[in-house]
Design a protein around this ligand. Structure first.
Ligand code: LLP
Length: 426
């Protein structure tokens, strides 16, 4: 067994005397029996601890910093409630995410609205609820929002999303800081938009924002982004540094990524060095808040040898699109027979889903201990952008979300029912 077989599992996970995986004190096999599979399991204590790690880190370097959860990473009421209770704000990117955040209990003045194609209705909702900020992404946002706020006789606080023309080390599909991007305004357009907003009575410009990408593995990109926007910050009260910290998905990556403390220190010191003490700091992490708290449990349906050893499970690309979209690498284990890579009993296999596509591969290079039908298989680090991007391809109902804590489990999102597959059919 490698140094720590649970290196990327939620904090508090363990292997019991029989080798069974414990999540929040619950036996993974019992969880699978009780709640069925596939199931997203979230360790509540790990989630709370990560939220506190963010608060503590930002408070340490920038007391009073405003940290929001990028709710797109795990848009479910129970997760939002936990993060609200832990004192975070909420970043929403659509009217749907806004409704979810409000319903989960976020006060409107702790929510800000993003979106590169906001509708009239989304902008109206933002103004009517009195959101903390609307993040302007384009000139049409300014035109519409100014009119909506003026019609209501109110002044809406805004920030401007700036595309700083920097490129981080991540997959092209989740890189956003480059000049040629569908998100935000380039540096020249941003400068013109700052002047334009300042001339409008119904909008109040508070902040500049950048988000340069997601699953970023090195921190230098943030300093380059701060340097790029610094010349625009005259009279600006706040900068939002946009989240983006990567997480370790596999044990070999564990310990090689920046910690939340390092991330906060680098971001804050870039602002202090390049802009100064006068601006407030905000951030909006998604993945690194929720990624490690979640694992997915599957049941092995069949094992066969066709050149490779194929271990097919009862979920796949409908509950985790990330391998297919970004070639994302995960690891897998049989929940009661963990085995180290390269160990005598480890079989090299491809863990695949049940969907009708050859690219429905969850883990291309797994090593499992004698996988058999009926085994419970676990993939760690599925808390971010798993549930969020789930779909019902091939008529597979979406899995439940189960919280575990102190040896107890509770369903916070029930499994989708088969009859819901046609519940909207007219
Ligand atoms: N702020 C904005 C404006 C964003 O667009 C995002 C993510 C975040 C914050 C949060 O970034 P994070 O801390 O999670 O890196 N589905 C992809 C990730 C897409 C990220 C979209 N934007 C994936 O599964 O890798």
């Amino acid at each position: 067994m490698s140094a720590d077989p649970l290196a990327v599992y939620p904090r508090g996970s363990a292997l019991d005397d029989h080798g069974h995986l414990l999540l929040g004190g619950c036996d993974a096999l019992e969880l699978a029996r009780e709640h069925g599979t596939p199931a997203y399991v979230v360790a509540e204590e790990d989630l709370r601890e990560q939220a506190r790690a963010y608060r503590v880190a930002f408070d340490r370097y920038a007391p009073g910093a405003h940290v929001s959860f990028a709710s797109k990473a795990f848009p479910c009421t129970a997760v939002l409630r936990v993060l609200e209770e832990e004192g975070l704000g909420c970043d929403v990117a659509s009217g749907g995410e806004l409704a979810l955040a409000l319903n989960a209990g976020f006060a409107p003045d702790r929510i800000h609205l993003h979106g590169n194609a906001k509708s009239e209705g989304e902008l109206q909702a933002a103004v009517d609820h009195g959101l903390r900020q609307v993040v302007v992404d384009n000139g049409d946002d300014v035109t519409r929002l100014a009119r909506i706020a003026a019609d209501r006789g109110t002044v809406q606080a805004v920030s401007i999303r700036v595309t700083p023309d920097v490129r981080g080390d991540t997959h092209d599909g989740i890189s956003t800081g480059q000049a040629d991007s569908k998100f935000g305004l380039g540096l020249d357009e941003a400068r013109a938009t700052i002047d334009r907003i300042r001339g409008l009575g119904s909008l109040r410009l508070e902040a500049l924002h950048f988000h340069v990408g997601s699953q970023l593995l090195e921190l230098d990109v943030f300093r380059r982004a701060v340097a790029a926007i610094a010349p625009l910050t005259d009279g600006i009260a706040e900068v939002n540094l946009g989240g983006g910290l990567g997480v370790a998905y596999t044990a070999d990556e564990a310990g090689r990524l920046p910690t939340v403390d390092e991330y906060a220190r680098v971001k804050v010191s870039a602002v202090r060095d390049l802009i100064g003490e006068r601006v407030r700091i905000s951030d909006e992490p998604g993945r690194s808040l929720v990624g490690r708290s979640g694992v997915t449990l599957y049941t092995v349906e069949t094992v066969k040898r066709n050149v490779s050893t194929w271990v097919a499970v009862d979920g796949g690309m409908a509950d985790n699109l990330r391998p297919m979209l970004y070639g994302a690498r995960y690891e897998a284990q049989i929940a009661d027979r963990f085995v180290a890579r390269g160990a005598a009993g480890a079989t090299a296999c491809r863990v695949v889903g049940k969907h009708c596509e050859s690219s429905d591969v969850l883990v291309a290079d797994a090593e499992l201990d004698d996988p058999k039908p009926g085994d419970v298989l676990v993939t760690p680090v599925t808390g971010a952008y798993g549930y969020a991007m789930a779909n019902t391809y091939n008529g597979v109902p979406r899995p439940p979300v189960v919280f575990v804590s102190g040896g107890r489990s509770r369903v916070v999102v029930r499994r989708e029912r088969i009859d819901e597959l046609w519940s909207r059919d007219v």
